[in-house]
Write a protein that binds this ligand. Structure first.
Ligand SMILES: *Cc1c(COP(=O)(O)O)cnc(C)c1O
Length: 717
């Protein structure tokens, strides 16, 4: 047989481009052995500039919720001396003004940088905004555009394209990577790198395999690559029969389903239905059967794909290992994926496993893909179900029946509140098919950012006042506990899956004003239009027995106790979504990751983000206020008052009598008899953009802060 050549290929590359709504004038298809090989191809050909004495070089950024195949690029870069920055998905946001105009002095930096993010998480099905592509080009995507230079994107679309339409004309990512079996179920071992034609020329060809050279000499360093991009990068013979199969794949897909939009509606409808039932399912004693790991509540197919990731719980709330679930499922002819799904970052985030935990599990003999599903009572992975165009409603029923029969203690119960929030909207909206019949709002809970009080103390010449502007009461002193001011940030509001709600998702939380009465040992919650509600500060376990919940704060697993049905109803009524109030267990301590190197052991944290105390300086806030009014010149009256600004930072201590930003240089602070060590600056996020009296959001403050401060104020331990 003769070696076939690229020219022998028929219409397939054209069909692929058509599928993504672009033409050969806009994109080129390079066939690879899969998505992984496509990612590796970009990584190996990208014109990286190492950081050197001449200046900063390239930066490679990726979301921590990326596939192993992306994180692995790191392995190439450490040899090259190129910097790498993993970014937590929640730390990405849009800037209103482009960052280049802010970073003026480094304008001439043209180093090429690369961002890789998944269009859809293969762990949770979360869809990340395709708009990141535009924002990155417009220099408006935090934190990437803080680094000046030329930014390129790899959109890892492998998971996304299986059930969603990717319109590359609307979202022109520079590089797009896919595997075809994820679309058609066949052929494995064939994928593609789609390259935007504007970017083709930046890719450097180092290795030259068969078919890629226009001319070369075996005895001299002479190599001229083929002019066409696809010829240049397809080393060796491509998988011809598989490529021909694509033709039939696209045809059948169109014939059977009528296109990707229909597939998305169908699969999302199935996933939402399964999600609602799983979330509502309870053991005879009322405890949940399933813990779902998701970032959304399956309400919108543009932010959630047809993937559900979860673990099964027994009626004591203990996790049943994924491998046991998998074994039982295969007895029922149900195929599940289990483990960490080549996505350690998402696994850590959702299951709350620390870096140390992963290393410990590895030492305990656990390797990716094995059956060691529980180490020290904690899961090493989870179970994932995903739907494709061929999945049917009966499949979902079969699966749910399997879960109920195998794991739920009968008589089973369902959480009526969850099912009730599913309004059955019927068939008036023909187009949305199954999805519309389960238009469900399964809401999970957030955090009234716990009690703060006012106090006035003097330290050296500093006036310290720990305050929250929304507080009416003032106290002159406050006890200090092992993890900060006593009772500070000890409570959180969580959704029904135990996910902590913050003001980012639920700005209404800031309208809930907690008040602590130390003498009576009570916590009273007040909110507009609601009667005040009081619960005991410490006596909760007497009311509830010792039920312990696991929840997550900033990716850390925390142990907390539920504060009971009554306060849960009160909060659910006010917030208009089902939620619960949890209190951190007294015997449970989180470690602060921001710890001084000299400290012998990490400090303990309450449910606060990263440090026990947060201090701000009035003079610095005043400076910021000037900055805002300067930026607001055309709209006077828009600048928040000092008290409003101070409230936004939600600090424990507010000091005055020193110069603006003098606190940056401090290493220690003494207030009364108590000494505090400075652990570092607190990087602020969109939380400060929420007006604490109305709950409305506005990006302005963060913009001003980043223009004068790089987004940081001080935090203390
Ligand atoms: C499946 C997948 C990959 C890897 O694809 P291969 O076919 O194994 O090369 C990469 N990223 C995501 C998001 C995936 O879903």
């Amino acid at each position: 047989m003769q070696t076939p050549h690229r020219e022998d290929l028929g219409s397939e590359p054209g069909l692929i481009l058509q599928h993504f709504n672009v033409s050969p004038e806009e994109y080129t298809v390079i066939f690879t052995s899969g998505c992984t090989a496509a990612i590796k191809l970009v990584a190996e050909s990208f014109p990286w500039i190492p950081t050197s004495n001449d200046g900063p070089g390239s930066l490679f950024c990726y979301l921590t919720d990326n596939h192993t195949s992306v994180v692995g690029i790191r392995g190439l870069l450490s040899q090259l001396g190129v910097s790498v920055l993993p970014v937590n998905p929640k730390d990405v946001w849009y800037l209103e003004q482009d960052s280049q105009s802010m970073i003026k002095d480094e304008e001439d930096c043209r180093a090429p940088h690369l961002l890789c993010y998944p269009a859809q998480s293969n762990f949770s099905g979360t869809k990340y905004p395709l708009n990141y592509i535009h924002a990155l080009q417009a220099q408006k995507l935090h934190p990437f555009n803080r680094t000046p230079g030329q930014w390129f994107t790899i959109l890892d679309a492998a998971s996304f394209v299986s059930c969603s339409h990717l319109d590359l004309r609307a979202y022109p990512a520079d590089f797009v990577t896919i595997s075809f079996y994820k679309i058609f179920g066949f052929p494995s071992g064939l994928g593609a790198l789609l390259v935007h034609n504007d970017c083709g020329k930046i890719l450097k060809k180092n290795y030259f395999g068969g078919g890629t050279a226009a001319a070369y000499l075996p005895k001299e360093d002479f190599f001229i690559p083929k002019p066409s991009l696809s010829d240049r990068f397809e080393d060796g013979t491509v998988s011809f029969l598989d490529i021909i199969a694509l033709n039939h794949g696209f045809n059948s897909l169109e014939k059977l389903t009528g296109g990707m939009q229909n597939i998305q509606r169908h699969t999302f409808g199935l996933a939402r239905y399964a999600y609602v039932i799983l979330a509502a399912l309870q053991h005879a004693n009322g405890k949940p059967v399933v813990r779902i790991y998701s970032d959304t509540e399956f309400e919108d197919p543009s932010t959630q794909g047809a993937i559900i990731n979860f673990n099964i719980l027994d009626d004591n709330g203990n996790i049943i290992g994924y491998s046991q679930v998998d074994k039982l499922a295969s007895l029922h002819n149900i195929h599940l994926r289990t483990g960490c799904f080549c996505n350690m970052g998402a696994c850590q985030l959702h299951l709350g496993i620390s870096n140390q935990g992963i290393k410990k599990n590895q030492q305990a003999g656990h390797i990716c893909g094995d059956n060691i599903d529980i180490v020290d009572g904690q899961p090493t992975g989870s179970v994932r179900i995903s739907f494709g165009y061929m999945s049917t409603f009966e499949d979902v029923q079969t699966f749910l029946k399997f879960i109920v029969e195998s794991f739920a203690k009968s008589p089973i119960r369902v959480d009526e509140a969850i099912l009730l929030t599913c309004s059955i909207t019927g068939t008036d909206d023909e187009t949305s098919g199954l999805a519309s019949s389960f238009s469900c709002k399964v809401h999970v809970g957030t955090l009234p950012d716990t009690p703060r009080s006012r106090q006035r103390q003097t330290a050296n010449s500093i006036t310290g006042s720990h305050q929250n502007a929304s507080y009416e009461s003032t106290v002159t002193s406050w006890p200090v506990g092992p993890s900060g001011l006593k009772y500070d940030r000890s409570w959180m509001v969580v959704n029904l899956n135990g996910v902590c709600l913050s003001q980012k998702q639920e700005p209404q939380l800031c309208q809930i004003i907690p008040h602590i009465n130390l003498r009576e040992s009570t916590l009273t919650l007040r909110a507009p239009g609601m009667n005040a509600f009081t619960i005991p500060l410490d006596g909760i376990s007497d009311v509830l027995g010792d039920e312990v919940f696991q929840s997550k704060v900033c990716g850390d697993r925390v142990k907390a106790q539920d504060c009971g049905d009554e306060v849960a109803s009160w909060l659910s009524l006010f917030l208009g979504r089902q939620c619960r109030l949890l209190k951190q267990c007294r015997d449970f301590a989180r470690s602060a990751w921001k710890t001084r190197q000299s400290a012998s052991q990490p400090a303990h944290l309450s449910l606060a983000n990263e440090a026990q105390y947060l201090l701000i300086n009035r003079a610095s806030v005043l400076h910021l206020q000037h900055e805002i009014s300067k930026r607001n010149e055309c709209t006077p009256g828009q600048t928040p008052s000092m008290e409003q600004l101070i409230a936004r930072f939600r600090a424990n201590f507010v000091i005055q009598g020193v110069e603006p930003f003098e606190e940056d240089k401090w290493t220690d602070v003494k207030i009364g008899e108590t000494s505090f060590q400075v652990v570092g600056q607190c990087t602020r996020c969109q939380m400060i953009c929420i007006d604490q009296s109305s709950g409305t959001k506005n990006q302005e403050l963060l913009q001003s802060l980043s223009s004068c401060r790089d987004g940081k104020v001080k935090s203390f331990l």
